[in-house]
Design a protein around this ligand. Structure first.
Ligand code: GLC
Ligand code: CA
Length: 554
């Protein structure tokens, strides 16, 4: 396999609104990010992905862009952005922006012009249909609830939005639209960006001609996913985008790729794939139900292991998955993947190492390195996220009580990951001198960067050691390129695997509170990482404490 500059990197996702506020308005901003670059560098981060900071009405927290060439004044100026790119470069770091081109904002100029003249150039940038009284063009339900069709203001048309009604879908079938997208990507890459994370990309190819599908809920609608499952030929668009943009700059691209069809993965991330990498969402989607969050199954340690192992086996050595524990759309991983009641420093470190050592590119989401947890919501009033509010409504409609519905939302809400970053035990966790836009998690007095920096046994310092191990010249080749192979796969509540390259490493996690004994296949040469002070071995049998994780060279 041809080596690429990004293979051995460690990436970190920033949610700008909640990362660091430099001017006391309660909203994180780009100067705030610049002030924390050294923190990220010290941790060992190479690539920083910023969730959108373009001008936006923030109907979906910036995933509704009204100008692809600007920076929202709430987050700073274009000069700040240029400075961020330059400051990152000084530190050998790369900045990725978020590419949100399945849809724009209804406040984007293109959409405004489409309203003025639906038959003109910009009308063809969207999916418009003649309005028929009492009937929608199709019965598809949007991801955020309700029909995907909305009246185009001032016209006799309706427009398609698979997300919120303030996020009209862009018509990728139109070459003029595609040209605009490529022009924008190249404009940013010219500025010196390292690349992009590509949002919601599986939605750009629709199944034509549009038609109804069998309803899947009482509302008579069907999930838009039914239509997407029928769509053929997304590869044509993605190849064109790659060749016209990323490839020319040797840029890094990581796709938000969901439910690709069987056998399609090599096309997405193989040697000549559309993207450099794609996120592994298998654990995030596990147990989710078409009915809504209220109907989801909890994930057990065995399920978590199977998700990770299946994804690793499917990708093999054809490419690199982007491995995540959480992101801005998910609850905190430590609150989901560790059995309830067992979330503690040891189990957080275990989960971290089990995920981090998988083959692929590790992406850390802000606060994950501190062991940040879900929020104890006490009322639906505290919830901001549009998808959570919709899921609350769906749960009530299904007959849950307000208390039960709140519990469901509290478990899965995207706001769990969006609370301010916990920098210190100062007011508002040191995130802002003003009033934060979203409440700080009350546990910030103990879980915060300042306290963890001073504690050699903190989750933060454990992340630091894992990253250092990945970068240790003795082990880099094995950790980056070595093959993945399960070890004692059938053993319950044990998640263990080899990484086989120049060296052979064995990663073993005792995924339970109880101790368990594990007999190594050969003798251990060296303990590279251990989340407990002790390592108890007799012959080749290791006695593992509850939630102990070991990275061994064997
Ligand atoms: C992606 C983003 C999510 C957003 C959606 C629509 O899934 O990660 O935050 O709501 O796309 O842009
Ligand atoms: Ca600010």
């Amino acid at each position: 396999m041809e080596k690429k500059w990004w293979h051995d990197k460690v990436a970190y996702q920033i949610y700008p609104k909640s990362f660091c506020d430099s001017n006391g308005d309660g909203i994180g901003d780009i100067p705030g990010i610049i002030s924390k670059l050294d923190y990220l560098k010290d941790l060992g981060v190479d690539i920083v992905w910023l969730s959108p900071c373009y001008p936006s009405p923030l109907a979906d927290q910036g995933y509704d862009i009204s100008d692809y060439y600007g920076i929202d004044p709430r987050f700073g100026t274009m000069e700040d952005m240029d400075r961020l790119i330059a400051e990152a470069k000084k530190r050998d770091m790369y900045i990725l922006m978020d590419l949100v081109v399945n849809h724009c904002s209804d406040e984007h100029e293109w959409f405004q012009k489409a309203c003025e003249d639906p038959d003109g150039k910009y009308g063809h940038f969207f999916y418009l249909r003649e309005k028929e009284e009492g009937k929608r063009p199709t019965n598809w339900r949007s991801y955020f609830g309700g029909s995907v069709w909305e009246d185009l203001p001032g016209t006799n048309r309706q427009y398609l939005h698979v997300f919120h009604k303030k996020q009209p879908d862009l018509n990728w079938e139109n070459p003029e639209l595609r040209e605009e997208v490529y022009k924008n990507i190249n404009w940013w890459l010219e500025k010196g960006l390292g690349g992009f994370r590509i949002d919601a990309i599986m939605n750009i190819k629709k199944a034509h001609p549009f038609h109804d599908y069998a309803p899947d809920r009482e509302d008579g609608l069907c999930s838009v996913k039914a239509m997407l499952a029928e769509a053929e030929g997304i590869g044509g668009f993605l190849e064109e985008m790659r060749d016209r943009t990323f490839r020319k700059y040797d840029a890094f691209s990581v796709g938000e790729v969901f439910s690709e069809k069987p056998g399609e993965l090599p096309g997405f991330i193989g040697e000549n794939g559309y993207f450099s990498s794609a996120f592994d969402f298998s654990a995030a989607v596990f147990g989710k139900s078409g009915k809504g969050w209220y109907d989801a199954d909890l994930i057990t340690p065995e399920d978590y292991k199977n998700c990770c192992f299946q994804a690793q086996e499917e990708v093999g050595c054809i490419g690199f998955l982007a491995n995540i524990i959480e992101n801005h759309d998910q609850p905190r991983g430590v609150s989901c993947y560790i059995p309830q009641g067992d979330c503690c420093v040891a189990s957080k470190k275990m989960l971290a190492a089990l995920n981090f050592m998988l083959r692929g590119i590790p992406f850390i989401y802000q606060g994950q390195e501190l062991g940040m947890e879900n929020v104890p919501f006490s009322s639906i009033e505290e919830v901001d996220d549009i998808s959570s509010l919709e899921e609350y409504r769906v749960a009530l409609a299904a007959g849950l009580s307000c208390g039960e519905a709140l519990k469901v939302v509290a478990r899965y809400s995207r706001d769990n990951a969006r609370t301010p970053m916990q920098w210190s035990d100062k007011p508002h966790a040191g995130f802002t001198d003003g009033t934060p836009w979203l409440r700080v998690n009350p546990n910030y007095k103990t879980i915060n960067a300042a306290a963890e920096q001073d504690d050699p046994d903190s989750v933060l310092n454990f992340y630091g050691r894992m990253i250092a191990l990945r970068k240790d010249p003795e082990y880099t080749e094995t950790i980056v390129y070595g093959a993945f192979e399960p070890f004692l796969r059938e053993r319950r509540n044990l998640m263990a695997y080899y990484r086989k390259g120049e060296k052979t490493l064995l990663v073993i996690g005792n995924y339970q509170r109880k101790e368990q004994e594990v007999t190594l296949p050969v003798s251990c040469k060296k303990v590279l990482l251990n989340n407990y002070p002790e390592f108890s071995i007799l012959g080749n049998t290791v006695r593992m404490r509850g939630y102990q994780v070991l990275i061994l060279e064997i």
